[in-house]
Design a protein around this ligand. Sequence first.
Ligand code: IMP
Ligand code: MG
Length: 184
Amino acid sequence: MQSVMDRDIDHILVSEEQLKTRVAELGTQISKDYAGKNLLLVSILKGSVVFMGDLMKKIQRPVEIDFMKVSSYGSGTSSSGRINILLDLHRGDLSDIDIVVVEDIVDSGRTLSYLENYLRLKGANSVSCCTMLDKPSRRQVDYTPKYVGAEIPDVFAVGYGLDYDERYRTLPFVGVLKPEVYQN
Ligand code: IMP
Ligand code: MG
């Protein structure tokens, strides 16, 4: 804990060691659940890239990867929760493909609820989600991710891919920012 980034962290929520253990468990579980399937892991940019990089190494079977990027508007106060797709999959036929969307965190649930429906409409054989973190107390739509690394309380988490204003993504653990970082 020497760097400037580390000094902004109030406390660690999920340690590097805990992340490593949990990611390996998730990889093993997904490998079992998708045996004999054409599994496609879809990482949602940018927050899930660190998790994706670790998780894909723990899938003990042939697997393809791809990326999507979305922007969401109005999480807290807006009731629309509109999602824009900024980068889409470029596959024609998804009918034989089982997709696991890899996400950093599920908060209101709007992004994943929308994305799962979208990919089903595009014709995927099945769509589910593996999120590293889940904040179930923040849910605004009825959505339950299939795979969850860790449930966390209603705090703003950074690290392991998660950012605050594009910072802290490279921290190897998940932590909570000190309040003064927001106030400045
Ligand atoms: P939602 O589930 O549609 O509300 O959106 C989830 C997205 O909000 C995530 O992919 C993150 O980009 C962002 N987000 C939600 N909570 C946090 C947090 O605690 N730290 C960093 N980003 C967050
Ligand atoms: Mg995200």
